[in-house]
Design a protein. Structure first.
Length: 323
């Protein structure tokens, strides 16, 4: 929590700095790249996916609310009805339908393949931008296509392909939901304080996950005594780092950085996932994997370059994300 508050401003009135934006982006790059592995460990530990992810976000929301109330008083948690509605929409799109789809899919989809499919998020974002009348720079298009090509190379570098078609379909739907929520969140009148926005998004998203889990019959499949230590540790990691730290950083980026720059995390995450697989699980790293990682980095560099040229200021603001 201390790390999160170091990355994010205490209130939404403070002007974003380049250092804050890049710090938040680095957190999203690294931490979310590791959450694919953590989610897979959770579902492999016989924790039902929607109930597991709902506990992840609801516990994180309670901890964040307690931290903010103790630090600044309960007045900081007060928001308007419009902000409440906007937080609910984003929580549903990003967490319940987006993150929830990942957890459900990873029951059969390997974490590396899941990271590959999530790499399609920037492509959906580009289509949404074009549908909204925008004309991204050619260099941005080139970076997106190269980045996705590198992620595809990672996916086809000898990984497990036992994923069921319905799981892949759910994951694709989840990526679309995440892209829609990311694209339109600045227009929904969210709380100006990014930490407060994160709190309510996790609260609504986690509550929706509980309802979805009940509809899927997950309570009947939950056997607490059968969950091993690795499952609990992975869930704790998702609460502290995946939710409190990384999702808070992502919420901050949505309010302060261009959407194309934010979307580059989907290219870096597969690289991180492959590296952690090699480091922790002793997975073999092939030449194709190394080449794919290099291509991903090139794609990210092109998108970053295009966004810097598109905005004259070194520090983008909320308006720049809508250009």
């Amino acid at each position: 929590m201390a790390a999160a508050s170091a990355v994010l401003p205490e209130t939404g009135t403070r002007t974003a700095s380049a250092a804050m934006i890049w710090s938040a982006l680095a957190v999203v790059y690294v931490v979310w790249g590791s959450t694919y592995l953590a989610i897979r460990i959770v579902v492999d530990a016989h924790i039902p996916p929607m109930l597991g992810m709902s506990s992840r976000f609801l516990v994180a929301a309670v901890l964040l609310a307690a931290f903010l109330a103790l630090k600044s008083g309960t007045a900081r948690l007060k928001i308007t009805r419009r902000e409440l509605a906007g937080s609910a929409v984003v929580g549903l799109l990003l967490l319940a339908f987006g993150n929830g789809a990942v957890a459900i899919a990873e029951q059969t989809v390997p974490s590396g393949l899941a990271a590959l499919l999530i790499a399609a998020v920037p492509l959906w974002l580009m289509l949404l931008r074009v549908g909204g009348g925008e004309r991204p720079r050619p260099l941005t298009w080139l970076g997106v296509l190269i980045g996705f090509g590198g992620a595809a190379l990672l996916g086809f570098s000898g990984g497990d392909t036992s994923a069921k078609p319905w799981s892949v379909g759910i994951l694709v739907i989840g990526t679309i939901s995440w892209a829609v929520g990311s694209r339109y969140s600045p227009r929904l009148g969210l709380p100006k304080d990014p930490l407060v926005a994160t709190l309510y998004e996790m609260l609504f998203g986690g509550t929706a996950m509980v309802l979805i889990g009940v509809l899927r019959g997950e309570p009947a499949r939950l056997h607490v005594g059968a969950i091993d230590t690795k499952g609990w540790l992975a869930l704790a990691y998702l609460i502290v780092f995946g939710s409190l730290l990384a999702y808070s950083a992502y919420s901050y980026l949505l309010a302060n950085a261009p959407i194309s720059l934010i979307g580059t995390y989907a290219y870096v995450n597969p690289v991180v996932a492959v590296f952690l697989g090699w480091l922790i699980l002793d997975e073999h790293v092939t030449t194709k994997i190394m080449l794919g990682g290099l291509v991903v980095v090139v794609g990210v560099a092109l998108v970053v370059t295009a966004e810097r040229r598109r905005t004259p200021s070194a520090v983008p603001n909320q308006d720049s994300s809508e250009k």
